[in-house]
Design a protein around this ligand. Structure first.
Ligand SMILES: NC(=O)C1=CN([C@@H]2O[C@H](COP(=O)(O)OP(=O)(O)OC[C@H]3O[C@@H](n4cnc5c(N)ncnc54)[C@H](OP(=O)(O)O)[C@@H]3O)[C@@H](O)[C@H]2O)C=CC1
Ligand SMILES: CC(C)(CO)C(=O)C(=O)O
Length: 323
């Protein structure tokens, strides 16, 4: 994002730390989008020191609160704040009066304390990017749905932001229904990410292997049942299977994290939806068992030999583990 926006002429500050900060200071940033290489030199810093027009939060969901705390000086009362993260958003039940507490998403209240609902733009980013050294490798045109999360957002500021994004080559869809769009993405993430981190399967493999496809669609059904109760209409399981097959041999972001031994985004993608479902009187028993398995395994993803026994525990009532 920093490469695209700087390249289009915006004055971008890029916050980073450690080795990454030194690299960005020395070499700038490089985006390679299917062979189209963009190099740019945003202003690198270890924290923002004065209010920005807009702040994109591009960290993993579990790092959001710390990033906002460290960069509070960059967020004035009118700064637009765009959290570009997967998972259940901390702002989902915000009202003009403030943020509602969602388990796991803002444990110390940092986000609720520092951000006003009117300045937050919900976002769903469709982009498949991975870092290779200092280069970001992208395999699709970045597509961003953004939308205010409550009434009363600063429309002229949002229009100016969209102009900058589009000048950078980001396809932007300004939506009045960002809650719905976020849940559609979360349906895909919840049904596939934890399962791929456990099994090592790519999206295509989950769509093709009967036992994995069955688990993914059952997870989606559990989540859809909760969302339906909340008044949302989410796509059906055929949509999910098509998405997985169409994605090809793509390792989800959570599988990439598992392979690299990094922390998984389990709070936002799994634990928070499960807690909400229980709070609202429903449950997601299969998701609960999957979380428990992920929590107890010492190394992820599992080997092909270890996998059947674990899949058997997910479905104690059937012989699915043989699939
Ligand atoms: N990659 C993708 O294609 C997509 C990702 N997403 C979502 O976007 C979000 C970000 O993912 P992604 O970009 O892949 O994650 P990465 O882990 O690649 O990047 C996050 C970066 O944030 C840095 N960081 C974390 N906290 C701070 C801080 N306080 N100050 C400065 N830097 C910080 C990390 O630095 P360090 O290395 O020092 O820890 C790391 O470089 C996730 O929610 C992901 O699910 C959504 C759609 C697509
Ligand atoms: C591709 C997709 C939708 C898979 O759930 C994703 O967002 C991810 O890998 O995190």
């Amino acid at each position: 994002m920093a490469a695209l926006l700087s390249h289009a002429g915006a004055h971008v500050h890029l916050v980073a730390r450690g080795v990454r900060l030194s690299e960005v200071r020395e070499k700038g940033v490089t985006l390679d989008d299917r062979g189209n290489v963009i190099h740019a030199r945003p202003e690198a810093c270890d924290a923002l020191t004065r209010p920005m027009d807009a702040v994109f939060l591009c960290v993993k969901s579990q790092s959001l609160a710390a990033a906002v705390r460290a960069n509070a000086a960059g967020i004035g009362p009118d700064t637009l704040v765009i959290p570009m993260v997967n998972g259940m958003p901390f702002w989902f039940f915000a009202t003009p009066e403030g943020m509602d507490d969602i388990p796991y998403l803002d444990p110390q209240g940092d986000l609720a304390e520092r951000l006003f609902p009117h300045q937050i733009l919900g976002a769903v980013l469709l982009m498949t990017v991975r870092m290779e050294g200092n280069r970001a490798l992208s395999s699709n045109t970045p597509t961003l749905s953004i939308g205010p999360i409550i009434e009363g957002a600063d429309r002229p500021r949002i229009a100016a932001l969209i102009e900058v994004l589009e000048a950078g080559g980001v396809r932007v869809d300004l939506t009045e229904d960002i809650h719905q769009k976020v849940l559609v993405k979360l349906l895909a993430n919840l049904a596939t990410n934890p399962l791929t981190a456990l099994s090592g399967a790519t999206l295509e493999e989950v769509g093709q292997r009967p036992v994995l496809r069955e688990i993914a669609t059952r997870l989606a059904t559990e989540f859809r049942d909760w969302a339906t109760m909340q008044g949302f209409t989410l796509p059906d399981n055929d949509w999910l299977v098509d998405l997985m097959i169409d994605a090809g041999p793509f390792p989800t972001s959570m599988l990439q994290d598992a392979r690299a031994g990094r922390a998984l985004e389990l709070d936002a993608i799994c634990r928070a939806p499960l807690a909400l479902s229980r709070r609202d009187g429903t449950d997601m028993p299969l998701l609960a068992r999957l979380i428990a398995e992920l929590e107890t395994q010492s190394a992820l993803p599992l080997s092909e030999t270890a996998l059947p026994a674990v899949l058997g525990r997910l479905f104690p009532d059937t012989a699915f583990s043989k699939g």
